[in-house]
Design a protein around this ligand. Structure first.
Ligand code: OSB
Ligand code: MG
Length: 356
């Protein structure tokens, strides 16, 4: 699926997505999940092709023919697989959707959600110029989005944020570095403090907690962890170390709904706000993110936004839309709440495999 505009982060530029969708079938009913891995192992170790192999050789065989009482019992079946959570998380989420449909319940209620409307923010990639960035922010604010996140990297950080703040002194603003810095950059990152950002997301290494704690101790800006948090145990460690004041929860990164709820619960118990991250998902993953965002601890606007920001045509019909006040309203339909556009899905499918 070609993106309507390229998306650039500190680790690379994405022009077109190659997405693995999972259809889980039981009793003639289908549930759908999305593998949120990127096209290259640059955000984490996974990519489209690794996910395909993990699904085919390990994750699929781990669930097929196995008895489990409920969708909550699926994640433990993958416990022997080291990492690759986005791959097996695609099956896990599909089974949650399947179970919700079998029960005739909306997925968001089924996973324990309580909000009927969620707050949306946008993630804006690295742009060609500051004027281009300011124009993009202006456009997103006009659509009603409640929070602006901009991607930063060395050379596109403090001076860019200064210009954004000059133009938009009152907006809810944050930055995401995707692990582009080290502790040696602490003084430089501290100069972001004057811009009263909501948070700085994942400034240091993708697998680090301890250096983030050291950095947070010197920063007024709250640190938010994304890449570093894959399990509830990681969340506990980060909170205990004071490495983060906020946590981004991504469904795939934590291996699906069971993992997401565990991270959510640990954060909620510690008074740490969470929000739902995104991975440039198609409508399927987007719909799951919307459901996840209805859990009570998701008190900050997430990176969950309208299909039209990414796709000329999405795999869901209708596409996912955001209200003029930057919210998405929950559907009462069973499962994830959006119909699939099967004509389009079949037209863009390049590979398909059935595991029985
Ligand atoms: O770090 O949140 C991230 C996109 C790809 C990989 C990592 C990240 C992102 C985003 C975009 O920030 C979120 C989205 O709009 O889906
Ligand atoms: Mg991030």
């Amino acid at each position: 699926m070609p993106l309507v505009r390229p998306f650039e982060t500190s680790f690379g530029r994405t022009v077109e997505r190659q997405i693995v969708l999972v259809e889980a079938v039981a009793d003639g009913v289908s549930g759908w999940g999305e593998v949120t891995a990127g096209e290259h192992p640059f955000y984490n170790e996974e990519w489209t092709e690794s996910a395909w192999l993990i699904l085919k050789h390990y994750a699929g065989p781990a669930v097929l023919g196995r008895a489990f009482e409920s969708a909550a019992g699926v994640a433990p079946l993958f416990a022997h697989i080291r990492e690759h959570r986005m791959a097996w998380g695609g099956i896990e989420a599909a089974v949650w959707d399947l179970e919700a449909r079998l029960l005739g319940r909306p997925l968001w209620r089924h996973v324990g959600g309580t909000r009927t409307e969620i707050s949306c923010g946008v993630s804006i990639g690295i742009q060609e110029s500051v004027p281009a960035l300011l124009e993009t922010i202006e456009r997103e604010l006009a659509c009603g989005y409640q929070r602006i996140k901009i991607k930063i990297k060395p050379g596109w950080d403090v001076e860019v944020v200064r210009e954004v703040r000059r133009a938009f002194p009152h907006i809810r603003l944050m930055v995401d570095a995707n692990s582009a810095y080290t502790l040696a950059d602490a003084d430089h990152l501290r100069s972001l403090d004057e811009f009263y950002l909501m948070m700085i997301e994942q400034p240091l290494a993708h697998d680090d907690i301890i250096d983030h704690a050291a950095l947070q101790a010197t920063l007024a800006t709250p640190v938010c962890l994304d890449e570093s948090i894959r399990t509830a145990h990681h969340a506990e460690q980060a909170i205990r170390m004071r490495a983060a004041q906020i946590v981004n929860i991504k469904l795939g990164r934590v291996g699906g709904f069971a993992g997401a709820r565990q991270v959510h619960d640990v954060c909620q118990a510690a008074g740490i706000p969470v929000w739902c991250g995104g991975m440039l998902e198609s409508g399927v993953g987007r719909a799951h993110n919307i459901a996840l965002s209805t859990l009570p601890g998701f008190v900050l606007p997430g990176d969950v936004s309208a299909s039209r920001r990414y796709w000329a045509r999405d795999v869901t019909a209708p596409p996912i839309e955001v209200t003029r006040s930057g919210t998405i309203i929950m559907s009462g339909e069973p499962g994830f709440g959006y119909a699939l556009d099967f004509d389009f899905l079949h037209a863009i499918t390049v590979r398909q495999e059935t595991l029985r």
